[in-house]
Design a protein around this ligand. Structure first.
Ligand code: IPE
Ligand code: IPE
Ligand code: MG
Length: 252
């Protein structure tokens, strides 16, 4: 069976990467799920209600990704900077994430979803850590869609961790190139994202996949994450299909 990674290798080989538009769906989509707080504020609800509403989105987005031919979905759930938020909100988010894994794991597994985690585990509550490890282990042989959850993730922290790991492995500078660095990132073995979607209208990376996004297409929508549905995803993918990805070259 073709793995998602092998499928990607085929998609970037030869002339395909240089055609005027992609026409095809992105292989790897990454989403900065932003705007939960503003969604709640608009309804006079506490911010945590926005985070809860944001998780109700996951099933339809996963289903839509499979329908659209997406093979890898990376979701930015919590950044290394999000610990700066009030304790109540952080605890609320962690609790919600735990509940989501409990609620969704059987369904994810039944649907052939492989769960992965990128980020640092250190500050994550132990109960949530255990749930994540269990979900990753249970689904590791699934191949329909890779769901890569960025939790306590920071692009800079990821690069720091990669440099530390390279030094610890005793790598000689002469043998370090871009591929070496990619292999030492949390995303080791995964292709770079083709399309990065950010909801809620902010035009910034907020420390998300800063190495891997060198040639990603960006799509920003004003829609808040809890309102982002399959139609919004379709719009983002249609936009992607019209992009002329030149990778520094010239379109023929
Ligand atoms: C994104 O929504 C979720 C997390 C960062 C955990 P926000 O909570 O950032 O929502 P806004 O940006 O305040 O509206
Ligand atoms: C980015 O959103 C992090 C996640 C969506 C998990 P933030 O809301 O934390 O980003 P900033 O603070 O507006 O840049
Ligand atoms: Mg935000």
């Amino acid at each position: 069976m073709t793995t998602p990674v092998a499928a990607y290798d085929q998609s970037v080989s030869g002339d395909r990467a240089m055609t005027a538009s992609n026409e095809r769906s992105p292989n790897h989509v990454a989403i900065i799920m932003d705007g939960n707080g503003r969604w709640a504020r608009k309804r006079n609800l506490p911010r945590v209600a926005g985070h809860q509403a944001g998780t109700n989105n996951l099933r339809r987005i996963l289903r839509a990704c499979v329908d659209q031919g997406v093979k890898i979905l990376t979701l930015y759930a919590f950044s290394t900077e999000n610990w700066r938020r009030p304790e109540d909100e952080v605890n609320g988010i962690m609790r919600i994430l735990e509940t989501v894994i409990e609620r969704e794991l059987d369904e994810l597994h039944r649907n052939g979803v492989q769960v992965r985690h990128i980020g640092r585990m250190d500050r994550v509550p132990v109960g949530l850590q255990e749930k994540i490890r269990f979900a990753v282990e249970r689904t590791r042989l699934n191949e329909r869609l890779i769901l890569n959850v960025a939790l306590n993730y920071g692009g800079r922290a990821e690069i720091v961790d990669a440099v530390k790991a390279m030094l610890a492995a005793g790598l000689h500078p002469d043998f370090i190139d871009e591929d070496t660095i990619s292999r030492y990132l949390y995303t080791c073995g995964l292709p770079d994202p083709d399309l990065i979607i950010r909801t809620s209208g902010e035009y910034r990376t907020s420390n998300f996949l800063i190495w891997q996004s060198a040639y990603s297409e960006y799509y920003v929508t004003d829609v808040y994450w809890p309102d982002f549905d399959e139609n919004e995803l379709k719009k983002a993918i249609e936009y992607f299909k019209k992009r002329d990805r030149r990778f520094g070259g010239v379109t023929r």
